[in-house]
Design a protein around this ligand. Structure first.
Ligand SMILES: Cc1ncc(COP(=O)(O)O)c(C=O)c1O
Length: 406
């Protein structure tokens, strides 16, 4: 991967006095220049309401349609109507839960995990108020894995939905969602997968995984503050509208009011950036091949950054990595958490802050995971979450600073 080219694409790194190291990327990533420019372009030239017959409105619709098609390609969704945009993943899951629940009865069951961010838990737990039974698929505290046989044991003829995360935003490990989805389908239920911590690091392919619902947040994938929910068309068609009752087509029935057009347009340009990266030039065709190339480069490059950091942390007996301690790109992404034997996570991070390195401590809204692992009294974990625009110099700097603290 051409790291110099990558960093040139992000205006934040091209400022004269820039010296901040961003390693809280699982919290929020930097925004690529194409996406920033797209917001200005949209608001300058196409800032009208869609759906009218005059020229600017037609052009605006065309632009937005193109952006949504880019997102469709990014997801590898079969149909444009399967791409729903909204203000955040949390909001989109809530909308989905309220729509699905209208088809369910008291006694129907939903399975959630204790590894997930609250975005894929709280909305489902709320349904208990209408008699939906929530079953909890718990992490094995020894292996830090969700065991497939335990999922099967939780399923029953009443199970409607199983919710899990593709990558934990704390552990960084990649879950076998294709295998889990197949098992869930065999039992007659559907799945809702949190792809927020996965999407910045690996290629999405909702058709290959055969997932029913999959969501990610664009502000963690080099774009603006928005989110995308994929849903299988036949299920979306069967759901009630969350919008005015005369709006019955997808995605509009799940997007009450207007979506944020300029941000949606900007996300389309993030996909352009990724295709440019994959093809090693600018203004390239938006296609799966270019996206595949981009994410191969990202995966390899990030693993090469993660390895020395893991080697360093693994060499310190007072440090415990929370998650997989190896940098195998098939098993984990470059989101890494650890705790120190005696120094709490807050104290470590606050001593890193003055060095212009952005890392973070806490539970990262994976509240149950931190509780079940008994890490609350450590102020959660220290999390270092890398993106493909980080450099080996960033890693060296962080290691040097940590060395002075521990
Ligand atoms: C793994 C994961 N899922 C879901 C979310 C929620 O995303 P949003 O802020 O778009 O609601 C986050 C945000 O931190 C996250 O890390």
């Amino acid at each position: 991967m051409n790291i110099n080219w990558v960093r040139q694409q992000f205006p934040v790194f091209n400022q004269e006095k820039h010296n901040m190291v961003f390693m809280d990327n699982a919290g929020g990533s930097q925004t690529v220049g194409l996406a920033i420019d797209a917001i200005t372009e949209y608001l300058t030239h196409y800032d009208v309401q869609l759906g009218a017959s005059y020229a600017t409105s037609e052009k605006a619709s065309e632009k937005l349609n193109q952006a949504t098609q880019n997102i469709q390609t990014y997801l590898n969704a079969a149909h444009l109507e399967e791409v729903i945009v909204g203000p955040s993943s949390t909001a989109l899951v809530r909308i989905l839960s309220l729509c699905l629940a209208q088809q369910w009865q008291a006694g129907d069951e939903v399975i959630i995990t204790d590894v997930d961010h609250e975005a894929n838990r709280a909305a489902w737990l709320e349904l208990q108020k209408q008699g939906i039974v929530i079953r909890q698929w718990r992490i094995n505290p020894g292996t830090l894995e969700l065991k497939t046989n335990e999922l099967l044991a939780l399923m029953s003829k009443n199970t409607k939905l199983v919710c899990f995360t593709h990558v934990s935003n704390i552990l960084g490990s990649i879950n076998p969602i294709k295998q889990w989805t197949e098992l869930v389908h065999e039992q007659g239920a559907i799945v809702c997968v949190d792809g927020v911590a996965y999407a910045p690091h690996r290629l999405l392919d909702v058709q290959d995984w055969d997932v029913d619902f999959y969501f990610f947040s664009t502000y963690k994938t080099f774009g603006p503050h928005q989110a995308v929910l994929y849903g299988k068309r036949y299920i979306l068609e069967s759901l009630p509208s969350f919008n005015h009752d005369f709006i019955q087509t997808s995605p509009y029935k799940f997007q009450p009011g207007n979506v944020n057009y300029e941000l949606c347009y900007a996300m389309g340009e993030v996909v352009q950036y990724l295709c440019d990266l994959g093809a090693d030039q600018t203004d390239t065709e938006i296609n799966r091949n270019n996206l595949t190339q981009a994410y191969q480069q990202i995966a390899e490059y990030e693993a090469s950054l993660l390895q020395p950091l893991l080697d360093y942390l693994n060499s310190k007996p007072q440090i415990k990595i929370i998650g997989n301690a190896q940098s195998n790109p098939n098993q984990r992404v470059a989101t890494l958490s650890f705790v120190h034997e005696t120094i709490d996570s807050k104290t470590i991070v606050e001593q890193v802050d003055p060095h212009q390195i952005g890392i973070r401590f806490g539970d990262f809204y994976a509240v149950k995971l931190i509780d079940h692992l008994g890490l609350r009294n450590k102020q959660g974990v220290v999390r270092v979450s890398l993106a493909h625009y980080n450099t080996i110099e960033d890693i060296d700097k962080l290691i040097k600073v940590i060395e002075t603290i521990i």
